[in-house]
Design a binder for this molecule. Sequence first.
Ligand SMILES: [Mg+2]
Ligand SMILES: [Zn+2]
Length: 203
Amino acid sequence: MTRPPLKPTIKTQGAVFLDRDGTIIKEVNYLNRIQDVELLPQAAEAIAKLNQQQIPVILVSNQSGIARGKFSENFVAKTHRHLQEMLNRQGAHLDDFFFCPHHPESGKAPYKKVCACRKPAPGLLYEAAARHHLGLSESYVIGDKLIDVELALRVGGKGLLVETGHGKSEKEKIAKSEIKPTFIATDLYAAVNWILAHRKRET
Ligand SMILES: [Mg+2]
Ligand SMILES: [Zn+2]
């Protein structure tokens, strides 16, 4: 007879990490007015699909506009509450929000620093994984920049590039880059569909 383990083992699960600007909402270059928050087409539907599968959906964003003095941490928090309300009205929700306020060269302390959380550094993913018991190698990152793809690859996950936001110009850099997206999708909705099909094949 096999004995049950003395300590309950905490089972990890994969998450889908989403970049914010150019991926979920329209890229407007240092968004600093709440009225400029605009969901991209089918972004809410895409997130709702993940919600229905009970896959954690977590926002991870570089907000160096804070270090650069363009807006405050409070403004970013307020923006995220507003974004959540917009998603809720369409039957979708994000499970958590993480952002990096730093920049290595711009601004003043405490924001001017070489940090461990500015993407593609994986600090935000480690923080999210600890808080939500996530397995990063079973996770995906979706974003409109190669740094989002690199973020995923650094933790052994899969990185999807979307062609919204900066995606099209980022795609042109792939040939000369060591960072190769696991998949390139036209938008967030297509990326989510790929992930759901991919997971089905793996299980
Ligand atoms: Mg982006
Ligand atoms: Zn940081």
